[in-house]
Design a protein around this ligand. Structure first.
Ligand code: FAD
Length: 331
């Protein structure tokens, strides 16, 4: 029996799909077929799927919401594990609770890594806990969010990683699961160590403060959503921001207005808004978004990415780096 048959047998032949189009599983609505495709419904499923691929020496990739990936038109020649392990629990409170339920200073919230960040935001806001309300309506899962250190307004310093206490990680080098503390991730803007190690987040614990104004939490979260809806293109397939923002040093060197580090601003100044390749277009609304206007291929998106990088280098001596992650072969 070959390695692919072994994987199907271990995970359940009826649960493993063959040649599943990945365009169905990405916000970009782009991507060729996965040789094998499996939906992990809980953390045990996720662990088993990764460990099985590891044992069988078959390449694998974990997809969360598919909100920050560009998948090759050729798809993925291995096992794609769609992480639907979604669960949240309040696991600890600090402080003395009086008979009216007041007095909690902060709380620990456990989450499976496939939990949508939007769901985590809703849960914590409902509990009167503050610190993750900026995630309301941000697409993607907790695992994908930890990998990129999800944020809303960078200037406000609101990052998912700031609230992390610890996480259980699967290490692809030795197939071991270990629990690490927040410091391990070396979080910064759009950065976490697991981008280099390739470790997979299985579950995570966050510490959140009790809000002094629980009613205001929803209001603040909804204000963010409103602003996001004004700033970003709505209702068109895309993967959010394509590029990471520029460094502060580059913003100073280029004397950007108010020293903005926005790459959207840079792309706009390069005159690239609205540039089109096949079915892909640089948004006229927010220049750091590349849109799939209907029938875009990954190749179309790559062409636009190359144009932006080349022009940014020529005109401003900038080395732009993608925020999105590539899945599959792009030769
Ligand atoms: C319309 C739109 C708006 C957006 N706005 C924001 C925003 O305001 N702020 C923001 O921060 N982001 C934003 N994003 C980007 C996106 O929401 C985040 O990057 C999010 O963290 C992606 O999570 P995901 O689960 O979809 O990851 P995926 O796209 O599925 O995967 C991204 C990468 O993470 C890896 N990965 C997935 N799960 C795990 C795991 N459990 N362990 C380890 N690695 C894993 C994948 O292999 C891949 O390399 C936006 C995206 C869209 C489409």
């Amino acid at each position: 029996m070959d390695a692919y048959e072994q994987i199907k047998n271990t995970l359940g032949p009826l649960r493993v799909l063959e040649n599943e189009p990945l365009s169905k599983h990405t916000y970009f609505k782009i991507g060729g077929p996965a040789r094998l495709f499996f939906e992990a419904k809980n953390v045990e499923d996720l662990k088993l799927a990764i460990a099985t691929a590891f044992e069988q020496k078959v390449s694998y990739v974990v997809l969360g919401g598919g909100a920050n990936v560009l998948v090759s038109d050729k798809g993925f020649d291995g096992l794609v594990i769609k992480n639907r392990a979604a669960e949240i629990k309040l696991v600890g409170v600090k402080g003395t609770i009086d008979k009216n339920g007041r007095g909690i200073k902060n709380a620990l919230v456990w989450s499976a890594s496939g939990t949508p960040m939007n769901q985590l935001a809703r849960f914590t806001i409902d509990q009167g806990l503050e610190g993750l309300e900026f995630l309301l309506s941000v697409p993607g899962t907790v695992g994908g969010g930890i990998k990129i250190n999800a944020h809303y307004e960078v200037e406000k310093g609101e990052f998912l990683g700031d609230r992390l206490v610890s996480a259980a990680l699967f290490n692809p080098q030795d197939s071991e699961v270990r629990t690490v503390q927040k410091e391990y991730f070396e979080f910064s803007y759009d950065q976490s160590k697991i981008q280099q190690t390739g470790e997979i987040v299985l579950e995570a614990i966050f510490r959140l403060d009790t809000s002094k104004d629980p009613a205001g939490l929803w209001q603040r979260a909804m204000d963010n959503v409103k602003r996001r809806n004004e700033e970003q293109p709505i209702g068109v397939a895309c993967s959010g921001c394509t590029f990471r923002n520029i460094s502060r040093e580059d913003a100073i060197r280029l004397a950007t207005p108010n020293l903005t580090t926005s790459t959207g601003y840079i792309i706009e100044k390069l005159g690239l808004k609205g540039t089109t390749m096949g079915g892909a277009q640089i948004s006229t609304h927010h220049a750091n978004f590349i849109l799939n206007t209907g029938d875009a291929t990954a190749a179309d998106v790559i062409k636009l990415i190359r144009i932006v990088k080349q022009k940014a280098k020529e005109v401003y001596d900038l080395d732009l780096k993608e925020e999105i992650f590539y899945v599959g072969n792009f030769d």
